[in-house]
Design a binder for this molecule. Structure first.
Ligand code: PLP
Length: 473
């Protein structure tokens, strides 16, 4: 039944209805999912939203305020996904909404330069080590363009990346490790030609020796090393102390560029991102950085920037082509600028405090239930790995993929049933917002014992095929 046929007074869809206690009432999400799958592959516009990693019905969200999501069945959830990172201040922040409404009323896109994009670029330059910045519409565009620029600047082709780091769906970066360190990578998905990944080398994360070897073998051919500034796409796996500095130094020694992908960490883990925790203190800077998520304030805005001499190669100043119809869109840049201006030191202090509190609560509940786990964090991002007994840290993709996905799925659903929306995949970070107050934290903490018991009740590894089919209904 199309949702449009429901009456405006329907107690479930009316915005004035009291929120329901979450549970098994997903009829409207389920009906929408059926309709979605008829017209969209997998029923979603980005794969992880489909719940295929945890099974069950993805919740179709109707509205969001502060720390809460409300679905089409009237269920309310504390949101620990925050749109995969962007919603640093919480949903529907009144000042962001007011600024966006005013911007919309002035027209939504002109295809000309505008004041907000200058001001957003100035804010980014003030907060980060970039000297000049170009605005784009997605993190994928930012990393793709940064790599093109690095290749254009160095006149070299090879790109080094790390297993488990995700940089968007750029052909050259959807690569898996080849058979040897200095051999080319293989495409990680059908549709990417071997030629696109032939110039990509994939190394284990946090492995200084692997990087040394690859530069010893092919240093003069390497255009750039790209890394997540602190990975969050295999779960949160912070860089070992000195790892990023080593990457920066090695690149400089060999005439390659160091590209630090701060799409996820930028303006989230500190006011100046991961660089604020490392390079800003130690006195080094990446040659290029990429940003997205928080800087768009919930709209499609992203950026790449860095050394002025490198950025000067970009068209129209230089010969490296890059462009975008909606780049620097006035509504998106207004949302991003307003968000960044509101993201003061107090905001980051609150986020860090809540993050620590929740990490401790999750760890205690899992300990209590006897569930082996590792909690790893980076400011207001953290993740819980349901590891095998004896694993005390996750430092790379290999260890991350060894975790008990079946236990995560059980934990996830028990939290969901109690009104807490976690990322529907074990390989994602949990994100907090400034709107996560005592009441939201209380609801999360209260849900942890039952969820931990649910994880503890999973006896053995499920057959991987069963797990991957669980969501394919
Ligand atoms: C580190 C990192 N880089 C790049 C991207 C791609 O960004 P987008 O999804 O906006 O294309 C992501 C997305 O999650 C990311 O986490």
């Amino acid at each position: 039944m199309p949702l449009g046929s429901l009456s405006d007074n329907d107690p479930v869809t009316s915005p004035h209805a009291a929120p329901r206690a979450p549970g098994s009432q997903v009829a409207r999400s389920s009906a929408l999912f059926d309709r979605a799958r008829a017209v969209t592959p997998g029923g979603v516009n980005s794969p992880v939203r489909s719940f295929s990693a945890v099974g069950g019905t993805p919740r179709f969200i109707e509205s969001a305020h502060g720390a809460y999501l409300r679905d089409v069945d009237g269920n309310e959830y504390v949101d620990l996904v925050c749109s995969w990172g962007p919603m640093l201040l919480g949903h529907a922040h009144p000042e962001v909404l007011a600024a966006v409404s005013a911007a919309v009323a002035r027209g939504t896109s002109y295809g000309t330069p505008t004041r907000p994009e200058v001001e957003l670029a100035e804010e980014i330059v003030a907060r980060t080590p970039v000297e000049r910045v170009r605005l784009v519409s997605s993190g994928t565009e930012a990393t793709m363009s940064a790599i093109r620029l690095a290749r254009g600047f160095t006149g070299r082709e090879l790109v080094v990346k790390f297993a488990g780091c995700y940089h968007g769906h750029v052909d050259a970066l959807l690569a898996e490790a080849g058979s040897g360190l200095a051999t080319h990578a293989v495409p990680g998905t059908p549709g990417v030609p071997g030629a696109s990944t032939a110039a990509t080398l994939v190394l284990p994360y946090n492995d200084v020796e692997a990087l040394r070897q690859v530069f010893a073998a092919r240093g003069s051919e390497i255009a750039c090393v790209i890394t997540e500034a602190a990975p969050g796409n295999m779960g949160v796996v912070p860089p070992a102390p000195g790892f990023n500095a080593f990457l920066a130094r090695t690149c400089t020694e060999h005439g390659a560029l160091f590209v630090s992908d701060e799409v996820m960490t930028g303006f989230r883990v500190t006011r100046s991102g991961q660089h604020g925790l490392e390079g800003a203190i130690e006195g080094w800077a990446p040659d290029l950085l990429t940003f997205g998520k928080v800087m768009g304030g919930g709209f499609p805005a992203a950026a790449f920037g860095g050394r002025a001499d490198v950025m000067a190669l970009l068209s129209p100043e230089g010969p490296v082509y890059q462009a975008g119809t909606l780049s620097g869109n006035p509504v998106a840049t207004t949302a991003g600028l307003t968000t960044l201006r509101l993201a003061t030191d107090d905001v980051y202090a609150h986020l860090d405090k809540v993050s620590l509190l929740l990490q401790g609560a999750v760890a205690s509940a899992l300990d209590e239930a006897g569930v082996p786990h590792v909690v790893q964090s980076n400011g207001s991002m953290f993740s819980v790995f349901f590891t095998e007994p004896g694993v005390d840290a996750v430092r790379n993709f290999e260890t991350a993929t060894g975790q008990r996905l079946d236990r995560y799925a059980a934990f996830f659903h028990a939290m969901l049933d109690q009104g807490v929306y976690l990322p529907p995949s074990a390989f994602e970070a949990w994100f907090l917002s400034f709107a996560h107050d005592d009441a939201a934290v209380h609801r999360i903490v209260a849900a942890l014992p039952a969820a931990s018991d649910a994880a503890a009740a999973v006896p053995d590894r499920l057959d991987p095929e069963r797990l991957s089919n669980a969501g394919a209904r």
